[in-house]
Write a protein that binds this ligand. Sequence first.
Ligand code: SAJ
Length: 418
Amino acid sequence: MKLCVVGLGYIGLPTACLFAKANLDVTGVDLDKQKVEKVSKGVCPFSETGLPELLKQVVESKRFTATTDVSICKNADVIIVAVPTPLKDKRMDGTALKNAVNSIAPHLKKGALIVIESTISPNTTSIMVKKLLEKVSKLKATTDFYLAHCPERAFPGKTLHEIVNNDRVIGGIDEKSTEKAVEVYSKIVKGTIYPTNSTVAEIAKLSENTYRDVNIAFANDLAMLCEKFGVNVFKVIELANKHPRVNIHLPGPGVGGHCIPLDPWFLTEEFESKIIPLSRNLNDSMPHHVVELLEKSLKGEKGKIALLGLAYKPDVDDMRESPAFEVAHLLTQKGFLITAFDPHIESASNITLARSAVDASKDALAIVIVTKHSKFKDMNWGEVKKVIKNPLIIDCVNLLEKPPAGFRMLGIGRGDLK
Ligand code: SAJ
């Protein structure tokens, strides 16, 4: 079985390698020449647990090759599309998806199966993609080719493990398409595969991330309530979650990443949701709350602020949509000077980086902890105390139970701290 994966990113590349490992003949296609050259030599273009070794293995065994030439799809029995679907004006930007589908369609061979893995708005598969494929290929969906949506659930840092072991929802535009897609994914997925139609699959995927965003918004709301009532929200959540059917999420400085801040908006394109915009806007307001906490303690004094953490979540080097940048932007607007330190990040555009937390804290008026990196847990606060100008910590991620010796501390949801 010949398989093409169009889009060799965080999802496409691991997926291609897993199919090659299952002994399919796999060709990866990407617009990025550099990336194709690197991948063709078995060099992984980004960090992901286990992927560099697997890529090397499948390139050496000649099960996987990469090219920029999409006409290679003419031989493919299966074509998987895993290209970005970013957000634009609170709607899905389908440009890359349309371009990918348009480039594949002229080479579509009869009987081929096309699978869209990208996260997409409801009905994208059965309307936009289907129409485009039929128009350009002159072939007819369900009689000449098969089409399905197979959303991914890969947690960055554990992508390979999750692609293989997580349950999977697969939705075709018709029964045959669903059947074909289930047959293909059974070659790499050990989790249970749940067949459905493409619209259910699209909405199920978006609902997973929207569920998370709405629950994070509730946690953030609860955090501000606990600040008012002078209690520790993390204690409240810990105890509430002792209930067998309660799973309150955690508050934070905002919601980052390339999925959670985007996917909920895909659901509101054609539907007037009440809770989705409310939750999105509440989560996006959290950087303002961080600044409020800081200004309350500094009483008008201006100067340098040390930002600890730039990544959007703990122990990754991914900064996409990270709330740390919104916090830095708001503080800069208010006349503060920002120096950041993140142990997982060497360079970041338009922000001054320090080589250590102590360096960042030199002469600082406060330290704002924005990412709960494990490496921050064994911080040498004695060293920080020696160089900081004003020993104040704003803990946005519940890194510290109580302030280190000689420091004052405030935190999101930490109404117990004065
Ligand atoms: N966050 C909170 N409070 C929480 C959990 C997370 O503030 O209780 C914040 C994080 O700090 C981060 C953001 O939300 O800034 C997103 O974090 P995340 O843990 O949801 O991570 P993602 O976006 O990397 O992964 C999500 C996952 N979706 C679900 O857990 C439902 C993952 O399984 C998906 O595969 C991924 O989105 C995706 O690709 O859709």
